[in-house]
Design a protein around this ligand. Structure first.
Ligand SMILES: [Zn+2]
Ligand SMILES: [Zn+2]
Length: 265
């Protein structure tokens, strides 16, 4: 099993050390894992690095990863979860050119000035605003995919965290065009098991979206817990693999120096 979405304490929302992550993953029998540190260009502009890497924290992280990899057989990689917005594209391009990672997740956390990845916003955005923002979300999502800067899109239907109303049938045509964009640009998506913390039994993306993307032929798929606490490392990933198998998916991928490597599930 692989966990390719984990947060260590380079970000203020996680207290986990790399060593703690490694030991927990090894204990749970995970074979390949990746620390995907938050990086928010918005914060960098304001010189506020709460959920962003600094040169120092990245250096320390790389050295911690190197040390942890000596502890056992689990392979630990160095990734990043980059927040995307159109105005930050050039910054992101330069940052990724300068700093090499094994794996780059692209995320949309902010939209129209609101934090859509914050469950605290759940129920606070009215229905007409939600409709407007959903439309915008798909627009930004496709722009992000087309930049080809990201290996995989993180929590691809994250807007559901803040929105209560969402309707797969209504958004089906949008998802079809997202699938086309993923295929054209060779970008993947992840099965993110963190949604169970808000809606038990659910994943990002939800099953209908997952099925549509798989049926359209998107096969570059990773699995990730999005853990910010030790007990969440590897959480429900066996279940995610089981769902994928029911859709006929036979392998997923981990990434080494930005190269996808196949793992049979
Ligand atoms: Zn995220
Ligand atoms: Zn994350």
């Amino acid at each position: 099993m692989i966990d390719f979405h984990i947060h260590s304490n380079t970000s203020s929302d996680s207290k986990m050390t790399v060593r703690e992550i490694y030991e927990e993953a090894a204990r749970k029998g995970l074979t390949h894992i990746c620390v995907t540190s938050h990086h928010q260009p918005e914060e960098v502009k304001n010189n506020d690095f709460r959920q962003s890497l600094t040169e120092d924290s990245l250096k320390r992280l790389r050295s911690d990863i190197e040390q942890a990899n000596k502890l056992g057989k689990t392979k630990l990689f160095c990734g990043i979860e980059m927040s995307y917005s159109l105005e930050d594209e050039e910054y992101i391009r330069q940052f990724l050119k300068k700093n090499k990672f094994d794996f780059v997740l692209g995320s949309i956390h902010y939209l129209e000035g609101k934090v859509i990845s914050d469950p605290g916003n759940r129920g606070k955005i009215d229905a007409s605003m939600q409709e407007k923002m959903t439309k915008k979300y798909f627009e930004v999502l496709k722009m992000m995919i087309k930049t080809k800067m990201f290996d995989v899109v993180a929590h691809i239907d994250i807007y559901k965290r803040a929105f209560i109303e969402n309707n797969f049938e209504k958004d089906k045509a949008e998802w079809e065009s997202v699938a086309d964009a993923l295929l054209e640009n060779d970008v993947g998506f992840e099965i993110n098991t963190s949604r169970t913390r808000e809606v038990p039994g659910e994943t990002y993306p939800e099953k209908d979206v997952m099925e549509l993307l798989v049926n359209k032929g998107v096969r570059k798929i990773t699995t990730g817990s999005d853990a910010h606490r030790v007990e969440d490392v590897g959480r429900r990933l066996a279940e995610a693999e089981a769902i994928l198998k029911t859709l006929g998916v036979k392998n997923i991928y981990f990434f080494d120096k930005r190269q996808p490597k196949k793992i049979i599930i």
